[in-house]
Design a protein around this ligand. Structure first.
Ligand code: EPZ
Length: 416
């Protein structure tokens, strides 16, 4: 998908079924490297990043069958250096390193790719594995890692909260000798889901979801079945779609407790929110949102992956709103495209100031990353006229059937 035609002046109303979480499914797929047991994983979203992860696993020698529910058998892995052309497509490929090291004692992984929202270093991943006893050499953009015998459990204090590095260390520690404590760990719901999956395979992890995760190493893991949690960022994106268009929406098959901060902010903007066991209802009928002041932070703070969507909401709200980005150093690229659509946004260091206007105007805009893509499409749905959103290949990395789901709630989007 390269380009989308988006008709404006839409009010988005209706029901949407939320897909499985990209940021839980990707690491969980790579965790299967840890075991020779047979695994079944359900609620896997159909995304390009997922397809690339599956290609990487098959290249290693993993056998995979099925669609929505995958049957995975990693008993016959015999390659430890996946190809650069696949690795450099997704940031998640770094999550092969820990499991390959933990189970086979060796791995050669090229530096990963991913959205250009910052430098995306992996020093915390490598530092953690070194503390667990791995020898890691970096040459020609390739990580050459090995350990004699088993990794050794350790107390590891993370100098910075990192979702990815917490996952790398937690996965490697499951097969290490002795216990590992990850202090100042990330608390994202995706990490809780990964720990639940690993414990299903016989790992011994407690404290996931808190800043202190304890992993007692075991000799080997078995097989098991797991259902991936719903995608909280896809949910938040659809809630903003209804709020920004002054409509109403019900998101089904989601997990309200993963979005506490986002729901609080939408309520502050004037939306009526109701939640149930696996659904969230938002009603913004005929009301223009109030401006918000937001600061992104590690979970349970406001998620950086919802920053662009709320910048759109602030752009058409009553008043002046600010959004401060504290996680990534280059995540405001999309604002130039919103400005092209008439938004009044100023950037001051790591804060954007949005001077709310009643209506955006359509334009020809360019996506810069996954969340920016979704935001510009929503902007097109509410602007006056027809908007063309380019470079929407970013979108399909992280949103399953996004145009189709939006069209079901009143949008008119066509692939050009
Ligand atoms: C994960 O990225 C998510 N990606 C991101 O979602 C999400 O925004 C991010 O966590 C934060 O929540 C996936 O799960 C595939 P970090 P990750 O390690 O693991 C710095 C999306 O849109 N850092 O928590 O890369 C890093 O530069 C994506 O779905 C180091 O300095 O994020 C950043 O400033 C975008 N050294 C901060 O830490 C390291 O070794 C947080 O990064 C690792 C990270």
């Amino acid at each position: 998908m390269e380009k989308l035609y988006v008709e404006g002046n839409k009010i988005l109303n209706g029901h949407v079924i939320i897909s499985g979480s990209k940021n839980a499914a990707l690491p969980i797929l790579f965790m299967t490297i840890l075991t020779e047991g047979k695994i079944k994983i359900g609620n896997i979203p159909n995304l390009t990043d997922i397809n690339i992860a599956l290609k990487l696993l098959v290249y290693l020698g993993v056998k995979i069958t099925g669609n929505e529910t995958l049957c995975i058998d990693a008993s016959s892995i015999n390659i430890f250096c996946p190809p650069y052309n696949l690795i450099n497509k997704i940031r998640a490929s770094i999550w092969m390193l820990g499991p390959l090291l933990a189970r086979f004692g060796k791995a050669k992984i090229f530096l990963p790719g991913g959205c250009k929202i910052g430098s995306r270093p992996i020093d915390l991943h490598l530092n953690g594995l070194t503390q667990l006893g791995a020898t890691i050499n970096l040459k020609n953009n390739c990580i050459d890692a090995y350990v004699k015998g088993r990794l050794q459990g350790k107390y590891i204090l993370m100098e910075k909260i990192s979702v990815g590095a917490t996952i790398t260390i937690m996965s490697a520690a499951t097969l290490a000798k002795g216990s590992t404590i990850i202090d100042n760990a990330a608390c994202e719901p995706e990490i809780v889901d990964i720990a639940k999956f690993l414990n299903t395979l016989g790992a011994d992890i407690i404290g996931a979801g808190s800043n202190k995760i304890c992993i007692k190493g075991v000799l080997k893991l078995t097989g098991g079945t797991h259902q991936v949690i719903p995608d909280r960022i896809e949910t938040g994106t659809f809630l903003v779609a209804a709020a920004a268009s002054q409509g109403h929406i019900t998101c089904h098959k989601t997990e309200p407790k993963h979005l506490t901060n986002v729901l609080m902010k939408l309520t502050e903007a004037g939306a009526k929110i109701k939640t149930g066991k696996d659904w969230i209802k938002l009603d913004m009928r005929g009301k223009r949102p109030k401006s918000l002041n937001i600061c992104t932070a590690p979970y349970p703070g406001f998620p950086t992956d919802m920053q662009a969507q709320f910048a759109l909401l602030n752009s058409i709200s009553k008043g002046i709103g600010t959004i401060t980005e504290t996680i990534f150093e280059n995540r405001f690229i999309y604002t130039s495209e919103l400005i092209r659509m008439g938004a009044k946004i100023k950037i001051k260091n790591n804060t954007i100031i949005c001077y709310g206007i009643p209506k955006l105007i359509s334009s020809n805009v360019f996506s810069s990353d996954l969340r920016a893509s979704a935001t510009l499409i929503l902007a097109g749905c509410i602007a006056a006229g027809i908007t063309i959103v380019n470079h929407t290949y970013h979108l399909v990395r992280g949103y399953e059937s996004f145009p189709k789901k939006l069209n079901k709630i009143g949008a008119n989007i066509k692939i050009i």
